[in-house]
Design a binder for this molecule. Structure first.
Ligand SMILES: C=CC1=C(C)c2cc3[nH]c(cc4nc(cc5[nH]c(cc1n2)c(C)c5CCC(=O)O)C(CCC(=O)O)=C4C)c(C)c3C=C
Ligand SMILES: [Fe+2]
Ligand SMILES: [Fe+2]
Length: 330
C-alpha cells in the first residue's frame, strides 16, 4: 500500500526529512509462561484477519476454552526453544534489523511486531515523535496473505501519521530464491544431502484461499523456483503445509502426513526447510525440528531441519537491496 508516492531519501533520525525502515514480523510472547502466552494469543486471535468467526461465538470460545488450555500447553513449547535473549522469533528479528541497519546507514532501521512488543503502533508513535519524514514498511513475510501482510497494512493505514509505503511481498524475488537455495546447498555441503527435500510452509484455511487469498499460489511458485534453483528432479522434493489451527480444512497436504507418507515409502532421511518463515520461531524449531523430527524417527527415519535465513549476511543483503531499489525507484 502506498499512501504517498513522494521520493524518499535517507537522513538522520530527528530530521524531518529522515526516512525510517520498519521490519515487521508476526510477534511472539515476551516470556515462556502461560500468562504471557495468553496475552499474546489473545491479541493475535482477536484479529479479524486471522479468525473471522462472529465475536458472539468466538469470544466465549477464546476466553473460556482456547486461552486457558492453549496458554499452558503452548507456554511449555516456547520454554523448549527459548533463547537467553528471548523468544527465537524476537531474537532473530532484532538481529536481522541490526544487520540491515549496517547495510543502510542512511536510514533509521527499526523492527516491530504485529502482535506483542515492540508494537507496530508504538513504532509509529515513536517515529512521529522523532519527526521522521517518511516510513518504509517491510513485512517479513515472503508470501502475501490477508492473515499476515494485510493485517500489517491495517495498522499502517490506521497510523496515517506520515507518508508511509509498504514494500510488496517477495516470494519470487530471484535474490531471495537464490539465498534460500544457497542456504540449502550450504547445509548439504556441510552434512551431505538427505534422500528427500521437504519445503514446509505455514498453513492457511482452505476457505481463505477459495476466497481469493493468493498465499497458496505464491507458496507453490516459491517452492518450484527453489527446487529449480537447486536442480532437483520432481520426485526429489515435496511441498506441504504445517501448523494447522482449529478444526476447519486447511491447505493440503499437511507436513505431518507428507512425512508419514515418505516414511511409509521407506525414505530414510528427509531434509526440511521452511521458506515461508523469515526467521526461526516456535513453528519451525518446536513443531518441525523437535516434534515432527521425533515422529519421523519413530518411523525409522532421520529428519534434519535446515534453519531459516535468520540474520545471515545473505538475508540482510537481499532485504537491504530490496529497500534500496524501492528508494531508487521513488
Ligand atoms: C508465515 C506466515 C504465517 C501465516 C500465513 C499464518 C497464519 C495463521 N496462523 C494462525 C495461528 C497461529 N500461528 C501461530 C504462530 C505463528 N504463525 C506464524 C506465521 C504465520 N501464521 C509464525 C511465525 C508463528 C510463530 C510465532 C512465534 O512466537 O514463534 C500461533 C501461536 C502458536 C500456537 O498457539 O500454536 C497460532 C495460534 C492462524 C489461525 C493463521 C491463519 C488463519
Ligand atoms: Fe474477546
Ligand atoms: Fe500462524
Amino acid at each position: 500500500m502506498t499512501t504517498e508516492p513522494e521520493p524518499v531519501s535517507g537522513a538522520a533520525a530527528g530530521d524531518a526529512a529522515a526516512t525510517a525502515l520498519l521490519l515487521v514480523n508476526l510477534g511472539t510472547p515476551d516470556a515462556p509462561t502461560p500468562p504471557a502466552v495468553r496475552r499474546y494469543l489473545a491479541q493475535f486471535l482477536h484479529d479479524y484477519r486471522v479468525v473471522q468467526l462472529t465475536r458472539w461465538l468466538w469470544c466465549p470460545l477464546l476466553h473460556f476454552l482456547i486461552l486457558p488450555l492453549r496458554g499452558r500447553k503452548v507456554a511449555r513449547k516456547y520454554a523448549a526453544v527459548w533463547l537467553p535473549g528471548g523468544s527465537p522469533l524476537a531474537v532473530h528479528t532484532r538481529d536481522l534489523a541490526t544487520a540491515v541497519q549496517q547495510r543502510l546507514p542512511g536510514l533509521q532501521v527499526m523492527h516491530a511486531m504485529r502482535y506483542g512488543e515492540p508494537s507496530l503502533e508504538g513504532a509509529f508513535v515513536a517515529l512521529r515523535q522523532q519527526r521522521v519524514g517518511r516510513v518504509l514498511v517491510l513485512p517479513l513475510y515472503p508470501q502475501y496473505s490477508t492473515t499476515t501482510t494485510e493485517s500489517v497494512a491495517d495498522i499502517v493505514k490506521s497510523a496515517r501519521s506520515m507518508p508511509t509505503r509498504m514494500l510488496p511481498e517477495y516470494h519470487d524475488d530471484p535474490a531471495w530464491i537464490a539465498a534460500v537455495a544457497d542456504s540449502i546447498r550450504a547445509y548439504w555441503h556441510a552434512h551431505g544431502p538427505g534422500e528427500h527435500l521437504l519445503l514446509s510452509f505455514h498453513g492457511l484455511p482452505q476457505r481463505l484461499v477459495d476466497g481469493g487469498d493468493p498465499y497458496a499460489a505464491q507458496c507453490q511458485a516459491s517452492g518450484q523456483a527453489i527446487a529449480a534453483a537447486l536442480g532437483l528432479r520432481d520426485d526429489a522434493w515435496s511441498l506441504a503445509y504445517q501448523s494447522r489451527f482449529g478444526s476447519e480444512r486447511w491447505l493440503q497436504p499437511a507436513t505431518s502426513d507428507t512425512l508419514d507418507a515418505l516414511a511409509a515409502r521407506g525414505v530414510g532421511s528427509v531434509d526440511v526447510v521452511c521458506p515461508g518463515f523469515a526467521v526461526d520461531c516456535l513453528e519451525t524449531l518446536e513443531e518441525i525440528a523437535m516434534m515432527l523430527a521425533e515422529r519421523f524417527a519413530a518411523r525409522g527415519g532421520a529428519l534434519r531441519y535446515i534453519p531459516c535465513l535468520n540474520a545471515s549476511p545473505a538475508h540482510a543483503d537481499l532485504l537491504a537491496a530490496r529497500v534500496q531499489r524501492a528508494l531508487d525507484a521513488a
